[in-house]
Ligand binder design. Structure first.
Ligand SMILES: [Zn+2]
Length: 286
């Protein structure tokens, strides 16, 4: 009888240990997904947008102006503080923590609608944003892929004067010379692209922060010497930060400054999806 009781006690203990073990594994995986246990001041969330429409059109890279306003309102009400990448760098250098609800709003390509629609909104909300410019296409139209409903509204890119004007609220960054995917280029081709970017910056006397948003999120992803040579090349051309997609919230201080992740905000995202992306990064649990 006594033996039996002891046997059951052992079974219970092993069972409980098993439950605790599974719970720990579950929490570790959950933490890997969302970095839940990092203090909020150690989280660097960066959102990625492109074009803004005023005619009700929305797709992967086009957000309706009213949707963007609702999102800005959410960030304001919830007391998010918008930062430039240069602010983040200053905090990094001074070994400061990030403000607990900090966010970097980034816009790719340099669409004209970012001047006509985004810039006034940033002024109204007193928000900062970062604009990644295709340096060889300033004042031109886009000639790479994308679905646009209205050629005149959505395909034009900002010109030199407009890029200067927005400087009070928008910091500029690199987005390659002609919107090539660096993952598909050789190091020699990338080097000439970076040289061309540098020439435009010098010639136009543009104030560009040395952060590069990879076009299509493309970079040398596979670890090894090719990747090292790629990062070294960026360093050689003065680029201090590289931004991919990845859809996760970064842990601050950054582990790798050339693999910073951004959360892609799509025009069709429901409001709940947007809120989840801001709070947790990518929406899928596993
Ligand atoms: Zn782009």
């Amino acid at each position: 009888m006594r033996r039996n009781t002891m046997f059951y006690q052992y079974v219970m203990i092993y069972f409980l240990l098993g439950v605790v073990f599974l719970l720990v594994i579950f929490l570790v995986v959950l933490n890997m997904q969302f970095k839940l246990f990092y203090a909020s001041k150690n989280k660097l969330r960066i959102l990625e947008y492109h074009s803004i429409s005023t005619n009700g059109f929305a797709d992967q890279i086009t957000i309706k102006k009213e949707t963007l306003i609702a999102q800005f309102e959410y960030l304001k009400v919830n007391k998010y503080q918008t930062l430039w990448l240069s602010d983040v760098e200053t905090m990094l250098k001074n070994k400061q923590s990030l403000p607990s609800k900090s966010i970097v709003l980034t816009f790719d390509d340099g669409f004209l609608d970012n001047y006509t629609e985004l810039y006034p909104l940033l002024k109204e909300y007193d928000f900062k944003a970062v604009l990644f410019v295709v340096l060889g296409k300033i004042g031109q139209k886009i000639d790479w892929g994308g679905k646009f409903i209205n050629e005149n509204d959505n395909m034009r890119l900002m010109n030199r004067v407009q890029l200067d004007t927005i400087g009070t609220h928008i910091e500029l960054g690199y987005h390659t010379f002609k919107h090539d995917n660096y993952a598909l280029l050789s190091l020699i081709e990338i080097e000439s692209d970076l040289k061309l970017c540098q020439e435009v910056i010098d010639k136009e006397n543009l104030n560009v922060f040395p952060a590069l948003a990879y076009a299509y999120g493309g970079y040398y992803r596979k670890r090894g010497h090719e990747q090292k040579a790629f990062f070294d090349l960026l360093k050689k051309y003065g680029i201090r930060y590289g931004l991919r997609i990845g859809n996760r919230i970064n842990v601050f201080p950054l582990k790798n400054q050339y693999e910073i992740q951004r959360i892609d905000i799509r025009g069709g995202d429901r409001f709940e999806v947007f809120k989840k992306k801001v709070r947790l990064g990518r929406k899928k649990l596993f």
